[in-house]
Design a protein around this ligand. Sequence first.
Ligand SMILES: Cc1ncc(COP(=O)(O)O)c(C=O)c1O
Length: 473
Amino acid sequence: MADSESQGAGSLEDYFYPYRNRYETYRSIPYQGVAREEIISVISEMARSEDKIGDEGKCSGSIYSGDHEHYRFLSRVFEQFAHANVLQRDMYPSATKLEGEIVSMTLGLMGGSSKNGEACGVLTSGGSESLMSALFAYREWARDEKGITEPEVIIPNSAHVAIDKGGHYFGVKVLRAPLGPDFLVDLDWVKSHITANTIALFGSAGSYPYGLVDPIAELGQMALRHEIGLHVDGCLGGFLLPFGRMLGRDIPAFDFTVDGVTSISADTHKYGYALKGTSVLMYASRDLRRRQYFTYPDWPGGLYLSPGMAGSRSGGLIAATWAAMVSLGAEGYTRIADAIFSTADKLIAGIRSQDGLRLYGEPTFLAAFGSDEFDIFLANDYLAAQGWRMNGLQLPPGLHFCVTRPNTYPGVVESFLDDLFHAVDYAREPGHGAASSGALYGLAGTAEGNQAVDGLLSGALDAYYEPSPGGDA
Ligand SMILES: Cc1ncc(COP(=O)(O)O)c(C=O)c1O
């Protein structure tokens, strides 16, 4: 990259390296260790300024709890086992208690008892690992039981891209089924594309772009008919929607009580309000779970057994996840869910009443919307200038606001709707040129937006792992 001084404000260097002129850049390990107080001071400064947008409730998704008391409590639990490697169960048998209970509590939410003691699960590092592990398990199962060597899965076009990533890693062909006008998977398309090579179907509860629950009961019937798997991706909604159902919200069943569902993922690090780095992957049978295990008895390093992709894992995350669930309790989850759904009600009503905006599907906790009349990303430019961090969608273009606990603070949704009203006016004005925001997953509100996407995608990943290229403090 060019010298930072030559890149004006809003440059990619500012975007990736905002601290390059503020803090020391370490390109190699400093010979003399830096004082702990100095490190704490730098880290705290960065954390405080970066948390601001989430703490004010101006961010869609991403920050699910936002309660710093809760985080402090989880951090206290985390530090007890942060250094512990749970691979060593003889040293750390607590991991078996805590992990087993996390799985059991999550199965309780997902109708696990309907499987006569067969429902089971594992803990993973997040939604992507859960989805990829399930895909891998189905591949192994289908090869061993059905002799399928060119496996395929069918997923709704709204399903999370981690399934494609898994397909890429594990050599499974992923067919993306189009969505109907309701933004749910087109069942006829799925039905007509199941072949002898299909190993599983996927559905979401709710989908990342739209927050909607796919027709799981119908997918389950197809899966049963063809004797294939059905994974329900509840990574996003798994710890929210069941409480919505308990509150009487109109949300269809998507768990193990639905015939044909053979696995479910639910992320503890999203609406489970745990620290980042955990998700629960559940299977309807122990046999299916075994397909993801790896054992290697002939290694000089010893008899090797591993439940999933990770080797060493920190006991701290497991303990903190357990602590989040036990401390909040069903009452806490229900209370927060109630606030989230009520806030989403106001948000949805406000968007509906705004001329020129169109909601995508029938949302409950996440409102996705676009416009047939103006460039929705121009509206997002305006919102971003007011400090809002929405998620950009494409195909069709849109924005989504995934409501989380910080968005439920008094006045937040009202202030958003007010800004949205002005954002629409702004987007309708002629002469703005191309919008500067776009639909780059995980980099919402990037200064460069769609125009730079092609060059950015891999370059951005490279940049994640490089210190700032010069002009440092
Ligand atoms: C529906 C859904 N599935 C899977 C994932 C991937 O989860 P993670 O980012 O934890 O890997 C997400 C992330 O937002 C999601 O919304």
